[in-house]
Design a protein around this ligand. Structure first.
Ligand SMILES: NC(=O)c1ccc[n+]([C@@H]2O[C@H](COP(=O)([O-])OP(=O)(O)OC[C@H]3O[C@@H](n4cnc5c(N)ncnc54)[C@H](OP(=O)(O)O)[C@@H]3O)[C@@H](O)[C@H]2O)c1
Length: 163
């Protein structure tokens, strides 16, 4: 595992080494790893724009305000969506694609406790839908915007702790 001080000193370099106006999409950022990473993105980047997804409107409103306090020059757009449904993933992607020409970072961390055995209305195992099918759909849908992104182009998927 990378030591935390190394991560922190690397983050300090972001404003001087990465260009301004980075655009990111965080899927599953109303709590946990997604929320923490979104806030580091907001804190260290110059005039960023972030779309962040989850199901809790209250958490979305709170986090948008907290990001604005961290970096008032950024734009933070909460999208309320159940991304376990592939149909919904496609709708969300179309909405973002209508507004953006490029995406620098796609950060995927939506998930559930491993003991959850429910099935979605599309007849997928809910946990597999969230950590596999939905994430691949976001990635393939956004490839046309990730490929032309200037400088940074990353898809990050968080599944196992420290991996
Ligand atoms: N934290 C750890 O130690 C750890 C260890 C091993 C693996 N993981 C995995 O790493 C990932 C992130 O963990 P975490 O600790 O950040 O989890 P978390 O705090 O529970 O966050 C999960 C996020 O996923 C969102 N989400 C869940 N179902 C959703 C749905 N149907 N539609 C849209 N958003 C949905 C939640 O938003 P809403 O609540 O608003 O729906 C929340 O923002 C998960 O896949 C988890 O299984 C974490």
């Amino acid at each position: 595992m990378v030591p935390l001080p190394l991560v922190q000193s690397s983050n300090q370099l972001i404003p001087s080494t990465l260009p301004p106006y980075l655009i990111a999409v965080f899927v599953g950022a109303t709590s946990g790893i997604g929320e923490a990473t979104l806030k580091q993105f907001a804190k260290h980047t110059v005039q960023p724009r972030a779309y962040f997804l989850g199901q809790s409107q209250d958490a979305g409103d709170r986090i948008a305000a907290e990001c604005k306090a961290l970096n008032p020059n950024g734009e933070y757009v909460f999208v309320k969506a159940d991304v376990s449904l592939i149909r919904v993933v496609d709708e969300v992607c179309e909405g973002i694609k209508a507004k953006e020409k490029a995406i620098n970072i796609l950060f995927l961390s939506a998930g559930l406790p491993i003991t959850d055995r429910r099935e979605t209305s599309e007849h997928l195992h809910l946990l597999s839908a969230l950590i596999f099918y939905s994430r691949l759909r976001f990635t393939t849908n956004f490839l046309p915007l990730l490929r032309p992104a200037p400088s940074l182009r990353r898809v990050i998927t968080v599944a196992g702790g420290t991996h």
